[in-house]
Design a protein around this ligand. Structure first.
Ligand SMILES: [Fe+2]
Ligand SMILES: [Fe+2]
Length: 272
């Protein structure tokens, strides 16, 4: 099977000289029954963009079989694919198998790492839960609570170290959990703390990006902004399907190709 980014099974739109198109989707939740059902979807996303970002929960139970099916389905993709894992990819206790299977298929899987595609820097981490703002869980009391908060801080540090590596004028953060409450709004308030953490927003204030993509909140809100005005896109596939019926369930934004200073307010233009 040709690796994504090297295969050319699908005829795609030619690249723009002035902008880079970024397609993103999360929460695909591939199951053992998904074989053959996603190739058209991925081909459409590849046709609409210069790269495809996958925001975690790539598989439903994190099994080797599911990862293999996803890798096969991505064979239709003719642009570079960058991914982070989600909590579902950990369910079987072997996230390294999911990761290795996707890497063999040519997918760049980021876990506190960064990469550059078409001059756009991408920093990726799964993230973790913990809550937002004044509702954030603090590291106090029982060891189990402290361990939970430590995991949240570890993931924020992964994101920060990935962001710190980027030297490109245009940058994107790729997450599974949300860094802001705005894009989980719509979910039951009782589960907000399990959908993301403000601790993930802190590195984004120190290392501004042009756009943030995440998933996980299937019933959240598509658009939000960080405190410093950076657009945040919740691209959970079930959310896109429900919010925009009749449209392919992936999001596309465009960033200018030319080098320019990073402005805090709205450098990214959402086109789909
Ligand atoms: Fe999910
Ligand atoms: Fe999730």
């Amino acid at each position: 099977m040709p690796a994504p980014g090297t295969g050319r099974q699908h005829r795609r739109m030619s690249k723009s000289a002035t902008s880079v198109r970024i397609a993103a989707v999360g929460d695909i939740h591939v199951t053992k029954d998904s074989a053959g059902s996603l190739r058209g979807f991925f081909a459409k996303a590849a046709d609409a963009a210069d790269m495809l970002l996958l925001c975690g929960d790539l598989t439903d139970y994190g099994t080797a079989d599911e990862a293999h099916i996803l890798a096969e389905e991505l064979g239709a993709v003719s642009v570079p694919v960058v991914a982070v894992l989600g909590n579902h990819d950990y369910e079987s206790g072997t996230p390294e198998v999911v990761c290795a299977t996707l890497k063999r298929a040519g997918v760049r899987v980021l876990d506190g790492e960064a990469c550059e595609i078409e001059g756009i820097g991408i920093a990726g981490a799964k993230g973790f839960a913990g809550g937002f703002g004044r509702g954030s869980l603090g590291a106090w009391g029982e060891p189990a609570i402290k361990m939970f908060v430590k995991e949240s801080l570890n993931e924020a540090m992964k994101l920060e170290s990935a962001l710190a590596k980027l030297r490109t004028p245009r940058r994107i953060a790729l997450l599974h959990y949300s860094p802001i409450a705005g894009t989980v709004a719509g979910e039951p308030a009782e589960i907000f703390p399990f959908l993301g953490s403000s601790r993930l927003e802190e590195p984004l204030l120190r290392y501004p990006v042009d756009a943030v993509f995440h998933g996980h909140a299937h019933r959240g809100t598509m658009d939000g902004k960080t405190i410093n005005g950076v657009p945040v896109y919740n691209v959970a596939k079930p959310l896109l399907q429900r919010t925009r019926p009749g449209q392919p369930p992936f999001r596309v934004i465009e960033l200018p190709r030319e080098a320019a200073p990073i402005a805090a307010d709205s450098p990214a233009a959402a086109v789909a």
